[in-house]
Ligand binder design. Structure first.
Ligand SMILES: Cc1cc2nc3c(=O)[nH]c(=O)nc-3n(C[C@H](O)[C@H](O)[C@H](O)COP(=O)(O)O)c2cc1C
Ligand code: SF4
Length: 434
């Protein structure tokens, strides 16, 4: 079992000006691109396939396999689109990665574009994170000036234009087809699939959409080989990933570790839950993944094990909540987020998230009834698997899982006619974490 960190993407985050080309080159930056150009595009694709890399944006789809779905080149454009929308509550890995070492991503974009035969790539950044947008613009300009992008990059005879695009800031624009609509200048709403983006994506042309961390992992795989990557993690969840610990933990932050590490091991490294408190519940992969409790501390954090235990690895956004937190209140906050971010395209999610928010607010205030709990579960049942995209399913996860593990706490709100918790006690500035 994994018990130590494997810093690759975060290896030199603490160096001064870690984001510059000069720092990146000191750490063998762009050697992977040079190496890739000595291989055929198919060989690059096979290396990524053999490494077992699975998408780091949540769903865990095998990255090399996704690339292989593109039809054979027909002389017309095909695109790489990097999903840098990162908006899920708790998910906070792509932003630090792009701020600290944007060149991992830019080099990954160049290698991936070569592998799939794209001459134009887009990095779609969530609109609010202007600092990241600026950092990416600077990194792309640096790479272009140094000859790693642009016309005839590295004398390869190939061209690559990289566009950094700022969205207007919407969670739904992280859903890959809504992202493509948004990039085309339309309102960001999911498209019906099939056709999948590999066949008809941006401007109806073959398109690969991948998460920031997926693409940023490509240079290290190309330079170190598929076996090196596959030698870390578990058999079906290979490699390393950024685990983001937040909330009631002594040392929150990014912990880059092999997949299959457990929360117990990560918490040991992070100094444990804040002093004087016990772990109550946590999310393994962001707010859209069913919550876990202390009984899941030893579940290996890989796609299969987390799934078998009833949740999803998602984006490895480990939000830690201690015993001072009211689970009903936390779930209400998440539900408010989903109701706000629902794009409104389909009825179950548009209406359902709104109703769930109303009922949860009643329950949290101690003004609900036992029937409200059943109604809540019934609405969840009518959203799960019936909504147009995965946002609907995600909205249901915290509700059903919290009722599964903490039904008593919901009932206590009803019995006591209000919330039994002091909301100030759960805030980080309450002093206990000093
Ligand atoms: C509501 C919603 C929001 C999403 N947000 C993101 C996001 O911010 N970043 C991301 O990479 N994937 C996000 N995804 C997943 C993408 O649709 C897609 O699976 C992913 O970008 C594929 O990249 P990967 O294979 O490298 O993981 C989201 C999905 C949904 C349903
Ligand atoms: S599930 Fe929600 S976000 Fe997705 S299409 Fe339907 S309304 Fe829009």
């Amino acid at each position: 079992m994994a018990s130590s960190l494997t810093p690759v993407l975060s290896a030199f985050w603490d160096e001064p000006e870690s984001w510059t080309m000069a720092t990146y080159l000191r750490h063998d930056g762009y050697q992977a691109l040079r190496h890739a150009l000595t291989m055929t595009p198919d060989e690059v694709l096979t290396t990524v396939k053999d490494s077992g890399l699975r998408g780091r944006g949540g769903a865990g789809f095998p990255t090399g396999l996704k690339w292989s779905f593109l039809p054979k080149p027909d002389g017309l454009p095909r695109y790489l689109v990097v999903n840098a929308d990162e908006s899920e509550p708790g998910t906070c890995k792509d932003v630090p990665l792009m701020m600290a070492t944007p060149h991992f991503l830019v080099e990954g974009v160049a290698i991936t574009s070569y592998a799939i035969g794209a001459e134009r790539a887009f990095i779609y950044v969530r609109g609010e994170i202007v600092h990241v947008y600026r950092r990416l613009l600077a990194a792309v300009a640096e790479a272009k000036a140094a000859g790693y992008l642009g016309e005839n990059f590295l004398g390869s005879g190939l061209n690559l234009d990289v566009v950094v695009h700022a969205g207007a800031g919407a969670y739904i624009c992280g859903e890959e087809t809504a992202l493509l609509d948004s990039l085309e200048g339309l309102r960001g709403q999911p498209r019906l699939k099939p056709p999948f983006p590999a066949v008809a994506g941006l401007y109806a042309r073959p398109t690969v959409v991948n998460n920031v961390e997926s693409i940023a992992s490509v240079p290290s795989i190309v330079i170190n080989g598929a076996d090196w990557f596959a030698g870390m993690g578990t058999e079906r969840s290979t490699g390393f990933g950024l685990f983001s610990l937040s909330g009631h933990v002594r040392r929150p932050g990014q912990y880059e570790a092999p997949l299959g590490i457990t929360l117990r091991e990560l918490l040991d490294m992070a100094g444990g839950v804040r002093e004087g408190h016990d772990l109550k519940f946590w999310t393994p992969g962001g707010s859209s993944t069913p919550i876990f409790t202390a009984e899941h501390l030893d579940v290996p954090l890989d796609f299969e094990s987390v799934g078998a235990a009833g949740s999803m690895l998602g984006t490895r956004a480990l939000q830690i909540f201690d015993d001072s937190t009211c689970v009903v209140r936390a779930v209400l906050r998440w539900t408010e987020f989903y109701a706000h971010e629902s794009c409104g395209k389909c009825t179950p999610c548009r209406e359902g998230t709104y109703w769930m928010q109303q009922i949860l607010a009643r329950l949290e205030a101690g003004q609900g009834t036992e029937e409200d709990l059943e109604k809540l579960l019934d609405i969840c049942d009518n959203i799960l698997g019936r909504a147009f995209c995965a946002l609907g399913d995600g909205a249901v996860s915290p509700i059903t899982s919290s009722i599964q593990y903490f039904r008593d706490e919901y009932v206590r709100h009803l019995a006591e006619g209000g919330c039994p918790f002091d909301p100030v006690a759960s805030t980080l500035f309450a002093g206990a974490n000093a």
